[in-house]
Design a protein around this ligand. Structure first.
Ligand code: ZN
Length: 389
C-alpha cells in the first residue's frame, strides 16, 4: 500500500493541516509532507472511522425486496415473527448482508459489532452468512460477532450447545437476552453465559430490555459476575433501559458499579435515553448502534452512525456543540473503547481508519449528515463520495 497524503484536513477540530498516512497508520501531520497519492480535502472534517457497536447484520433485508412490516407489538411476538418468517425470505442472506455492509462502509463505518442469531432452526447459518459477507468486503470493514440466543436459551432447548459451537468456531462474544423477561431464570441464564465466557475467553454482551426493579436486579447480577470472574473491560449491557428509568440513588449506585467493574453499555439512542452525561463523567463508555436495519423487526434503519448520533443527541436533549460532541464520541472513541480497538484515533501512530465529512465541525456533521467525501480503512481508500472503492 503506497503512502497517502490528505491535504487541508481538519483533524477533529482546529486549523486545517496535512496528514501523511503510511503503513496503514497516521505517520505525520503538518506542512511540507509528500506522498505519491494526494487527496485535497479543502478543509473538510476528518473523524476517526465510525463504530457501530450494536447491529444485527444477519437479520437484514437490505438490497432485497421491500417487505411490509407484519410483526405484532411486544418482544415475544417480534421474536416469534422473525423466527417463522425467516425461511420464506431467505434470511440470513450473505447477499443482503453484503449490500448492507457496503452501504455502511460508504457512510464511514469502519468497525461493527454484530449480534448473530444462534438457535435450533438456523444453527450457525447466521454466523456463516455474516462471515461470508465480511470476506466479500475484503477488509474494507472489520467486525466482531456475538453469538446471540434471540429465541431464548433456557426456553429453547439445544441453543446452549449451539452457542458453545459458535464460540468454538471463533465467535468473539457470548450474548444473552433478558435473562428474566425472556428466559425466566436470570441467575441460571447468566451463570451459563458467564461460564461460557470464562471457558472460551470471550466477551459478554447481554440484551437487557427488562425495565424497573427486575432490570436493576439483572444489572446487579451482571455486575456481580463480572467482578467475580475478573472480566473488567469485557462485558457490555445492551439497551439497559432500567438505568434510564431508575431513581436517582439507584442510578448513581449502578453507574459507580459499572465504572468500577469496567462494564460498558450499548444503546440505539432511544427516547428512553441513557444518562449519557453521567456515564461519560464516570468513565462508563456508551457505544451506539443501529440495532436491526430494515428487517422483520422494523422497517427503520439506514446504517448511518451520524444519524444514530443525531438520535442520541436529540433524545438526550442536547443542543450545544459540546453536548452533541458527546454523541459523536459515542460513535467514535467510546465505541472503539468498547470494541477494544488498539491505537484508535487521530493522533500520529493511530491506525488510519478515517472518515472525511464535508462539514466544519462535528455538530454540523451530525445535523447535516452529508455524503461522506472519503472513507479510509487501515490506510486504504475504501469509499469515495458514497461509492465503494
Ligand atoms: Zn439488539
Amino acid at each position: 500500500m503506497s503512502d497517502l497524503l490528505l491535504r487541508n484536513a481538519v483533524l477533529g477540530s482546529g486549523a486545517p493541516t496535512d496528514v501523511l498516512i503510511s503503513g496503514g497508520r497516521i505517520a505525520a501531520t503538518g506542512a511540507g509532507l509528500t506522498a505519491p497519492a494526494v487527496e485535497e480535502l479543502g478543509g473538510a472534517l476528518v473523524l476517526p472511522g465510525f463504530i457501530d457497536g450494536h447491529a444485527h447484520l444477519d437479520k437484514t433485508l437490505w438490497g432485497g425486496p421491500w417487505v411490509p412490516h407484519t410483526a405484532p407489538a411486544g418482544l415475544a411476538a417480534k421474536i416469534h415473527n422473525g423466527r417463522v418468517r425467516r425461511p420464506e425470505l431467505g434470511i440470513p442472506s450473505a447477499d443482503y448482508v453484503t449490500a448492507l455492509l457496503t452501504h455502511m462502509v460508504t457512510l464511514g463505518t469502519t468497525h461493527v459489532r454484530s449480534h448473530v442469531d444462534v438457535d435450533p432452526d438456523v444453527g450457525l447459518g447466521s454466523v456463516h452468512a455474516v462471515r461470508e459477507a465480511l470476506s466479500r468486503l475484503d477488509g474494507r470493514i472489520t467486525a466482531e460477532l456475538v453469538a446471540f440466543p434471540q429465541t431464548g436459551m433456557l426456553i429453547s432447548p439445544g441453543t446452549e450447545a449451539l452457542l458453545e459451537e459458535a464460540l468454538k468456531a471463533g465467535v468473539e462474544h457470548i450474548g444473552g437476552i433478558d435473562p428474566a423477561g425472556v428466559d425466566r431464570d436470570p441467575v441460571r441464564h447468566l451463570d451459563i453465559v458467564f461460564a461460557l465466557a470464562g471457558k472460551y475467553g470471550v466477551g459478554v454482551d447481554v440484551h437487557l430490555h427488562d425495565r424497573g426493579t427486575l432490570g436493576v436486579f439483572q444489572y446487579d447480577l451482571i455486575i456481580e459476575r463480572t467482578r467475580a470472574l475478573g472480566l473488567s473491560g469485557r462485558v457490555t449491557i445492551s439497551h439497559g433501559y432500567a438505568l434510564a428509568g431508575a431513581d436517582p440513588a439507584t442510578r448513581e449506585r449502578l453507574i459507580a458499579a459499572l465504572a468500577e467493574n469496567g462494564i460498558s453499555l450499548a444503546s440505539t439512542g432511544p427516547a428512553e435515553s441513557l444518562p449519557i452525561r453521567d456515564l461519560a463523567a464516570a468513565g462508563v463508555p456508551v457505544t451506539l448502534g443501529n440495532d436491526g436495519i430494515r428487517d422483520l423487526w422494523s422497517p427503520y434503519g439506514t446504517g448511518d452512525m451520524l444519524e444514530r448520533a443525531l438520535f442520541q443527541a436529540k433524545n438526550a436533549g442536547f443542543a450545544r456543540d459540546e453536548e452533541i460532541q458527546l454523541a459523536v464520541d459515542a460513535v467514535t472513541y467510546w465505541g472503539a473503547s468498547v470494541a477494544g480497538l488498539p491505537d484508535y484515533g487521530l493522533t500520529v501512530g493511530s491506525v488510519a481508519d478515517l472518515v472525511v465529512v464535508p462539514a466544519r465541525n462535528a455538530a454540523e456533521a451530525v445535523m447535516v449528515r452529508p455524503v461522506r467525501d472519503l472513507v479510509v480503512k487501515g490506510g486504504r481508500i475504501v469509499a469515495r463520495r458514497g461509492e465503494l472503492v
